[in-house]
Design a protein around this ligand. Structure first.
Ligand code: FAD
Length: 480
């Protein structure tokens, strides 16, 4: 049960013998830090409070969805809260007979791709006993302001509370997507959906609407799958600059293949050559590209660390779209829905950008500039933006983040992927100094850690952050 104290001013001064760790964000990242700090590092016994407005800790943006068409995009056997037990989620599914009502979850090759909400249920169930015993406090509130108050971090929240913490972990990950500038004129259209991750946002789309989907990744796939399950039968045009579609999984499970961390690869071009060669070598032993990309993912931290910052920027600028469609794989059930829609000619995937958009009557008129060819004018009944969270704008996405930036505690990382931190996940402020009491957990730390968008990397990083916090608390206890 969440912390029910909603008195207008609660002041939680840290007990000097029990330092307080405040975690902002109770999605997978914040939940995993709290879980591992509370259970694995019992000897240090810090007080832990997680700020999360959702009723449960552990779901966050990805796993809070109630839409049955939304599936995990990594097989259940690789999604675990416990990195040392990769099959923990799969075992939980078996123990709880959790896909009994979902015959599509199990695939012919034995892999399991359940509904996404089930993973949220698994993480929330792991956290619940800790919340009930008070080992982890769930403050069901939005943090509205954070500032320094002597040795403490002072947090104000939407329930009128004030909390004074010794250590602060930022685990808020995904800001809302920002509407591309060229689509701003559509904002007032009743069937323009700027953020499809908001529950019920697709309800405005009518069954026969001719739909434009801006973006072509996993969020777009979610949208098409959701609409198919709710009976949408209109035409769909899905566009992205390169027209690349998220790829599916390998037909059979494979071990990762290749080696990319030694000798250290120092340039993007070199990395690309190595990956291409590994794909050729993998094919020679009957493995697919999936095995190579899995190895790149697994060694992502080392690869990233070996690249100088200008090369990291080059990689983000030139290779990211290709990386995204190979690394973020689509669940097989969702892939089938998309394949069918394309085969039946109901859906087209275009390499194009929008140069102009306007509302005319109840229609949406857009000028599409194809990657090759001449611009064309198209008319749609509805449009959905699926370009994903605007991580580059993270510091302006919430007032307290802007405030921390304005007071020199935070800055954007040099690749623009998230918040700048060192290799201990400590935030690096505007003047380049690190703050050992301010840590970043999850995807917002990927500018430093490289691949950090999905499991198992997110949980591995959370274990690392919990470990770092435990060391700090322990050494403070010794010196204090
Ligand atoms: C739609 C989607 C589907 C995905 N599916 C998969 C998958 O199947 N497999 C996989 O491996 N990875 C997947 N990922 C990637 C990864 O697992 C997710 O990104 C995961 O959500 C990361 O969790 P998080 O806690 O870091 O971030 P989030 O889920 O964004 O959680 C952040 C939390 O912070 C809270 N918060 C924000 N601001 C405040 C504030 N001011 N005060 C208090 N709380 C605040 C939010 O309410 C939110 O719950 C998916 C990602 C997305 C976006």
């Amino acid at each position: 049960m969440a912390d029910q104290d909603i008195s207008p001013r609660i002041a939680l001064k840290a007990d000097r013998r029990r330092p307080l760790v405040a975690i902002i964000g109770g999605g997978l990242s914040g939940a995993a830090v709290a879980y591992h700090l509370a259970l694995t590092w019992r000897d240090v016994q810090p007080a832990i409070i997680v700020f999360e407005p959702r009723p449960e800790i552990g779901r966050g943006l990805a796993y809070d969805t109630r839409d049955a068409a939304h599936r995990i995009n990594v097989p259940a056997a690789r999604m675990s809260l416990l990195p040392e037990h990769p099959e923990d989620f799969l075992q939980w599914i078996i123990d709880n007979d959790a896909v009994a009502d979902d015959p599509e979850a199990k695939r012919e090759n034995g892999s399991v791709f359940p509904r996404r909400q089930l993973f949220g249920q698994y993480v929330a169930a792991a956290l619940q006993p800790l919340v009930e015993t008070g080992a982890v406090r769930h403050r069901q509130a939005v943090v509205t302001d954070v500032s320094r108050d002597g040795a403490f971090w002072r947090l104000s929240d939407s329930q009128g509370g004030q909390t004074f913490a010794d250590y602060l972990v930022i685990a808020t990950s995904h800001p809302a997507p920002s509407t591309p500038r060229n689509l701003a004129a559509l904002a007032s259209h009743p069937r323009f959906v700027a953020d499809s991750t908001v529950a019920g946002s697709l309800d405005v789309i009518r069954p026969d609407d001719n739909l434009l989907v801006v973006g072509n990744g996993l969020t777009a796939a979610d949208v098409v799958a959701s609409l198919a399950s709710s009976g949408h039968r209109g035409r769909i045009t899905s566009i992205s600059r390169r027209g690349l579609r998220a790829r599916g999984h390998a037909p059979a499970t494979q071990e990762p293949f290749g080696n990319f961390d030694a000798p250290p690869i120092r340039s993007t071009a070199w990395l690309l050559r190595q990956v291409r060669q590994a794909v050729v070598d993998a094919a020679a032993v009957s493995l697919t590209w999936h095995a190579v990309i899995d190895q790149v993912r697994g060694q992502g931290h080392a690869i990233w660390r070996n690249l100088p910052v200008p090369e990291r920027r080059r990689l983000v600028r030139h290779l990211r779209p290709f990386w995204d469609v190979h690394r973020f794989r689509i669940a097989p059930q969702v892939e089938e829905v998309l394949d069918q829609a394309i085969e039946k000619g109901r859906m087209e995937v275009l390499a194009a950008s929008i140069t102009h958009a306007r509302i005319h009557g109840d229609k949406i008129h857009v000028t599409l500039r194809p990657r090759r060819g001449v611009p064309v004018e198209r008319v749609y009944d509805a449009a959905v933006v699926t370009t994903g969270p605007a991580h580059g704008g993270i510091l302006d996405s919430q007032p307290w983040l802007a405030n921390l930036r304005n007071h020199g505690h935070l800055q954007l990382d040099p690749t623009g992927l998230g918040l700048f931190c060192n290799d201990r996940s400590e935030a690096i402020g505007g003047d380049g100094t690190t703050d050992p009491t301010l840590l970043i957990s999850g995807p917002l730390a990927r500018g430093t850690f490289g691949e950090l968008m999905g499991l198992p990397q997110i949980t591995e990083h959370a274990v690392f952050v919990a470990h770092e916090l435990a060391k700090k608390v322990r050494s403070a206890a010794v010196t204090g």
